[in-house]
Write a new protein. Structure first.
Length: 125
């Protein structure tokens, strides 16, 4: 019982720090480039400024259609919230977003994208 109380205290004190780090990460501004703007909102983005955990992006990904390789690439998990004004090759700033994308109609045509996908929010810097 004497060991249980300190253990509970350590866990309780550690949880707010973890939530704070997650919120801080969501507020970080990154720079990306829309590498592929394919049909049916199959978008591939490359991280060009900032540092994301390697578990969130593909350090090396190859588009099986063109054979072109990309570093630090990820698929867009919330295409309905992505501005239509951003074209292929455009650079933009974004933050990570925890909000699940809103429902919208997206066609089902396939174009390859990285298997790792992120929900992002485009911001002005």
């Amino acid at each position: 019982m004497k060991l249980l109380l300190p253990l509970i205290a350590v866990i309780a004190l550690g949880l707010p720090a973890k939530k704070c780090n997650e919120k801080k990460k969501q507020g970080t501004v990154y720079k990306g480039k829309l590498e592929i703007k394919a049909l049916c909102m199959n978008y591939t983005i490359r991280l060009i400024e900032g540092s994301l955990d390697t578990s969130q992006v593909m350090s090396n990904w190859t588009d099986e259609t063109t054979g072109k390789s990309y570093t630090n690439a990820f698929g867009l998990a919330n295409p309905c919230d992505f501005p239509a004004s951003i074209g292929q090759g455009d650079e933009f700033y974004f933050t990570l977003d925890a909000v699940k994308d809103r429902n919208c109609a997206v066609c089902m045509a396939y174009y390859p994208t990285p298997r790792k996908k992120l929900i992002i929010k485009v911001v002005s810097k």
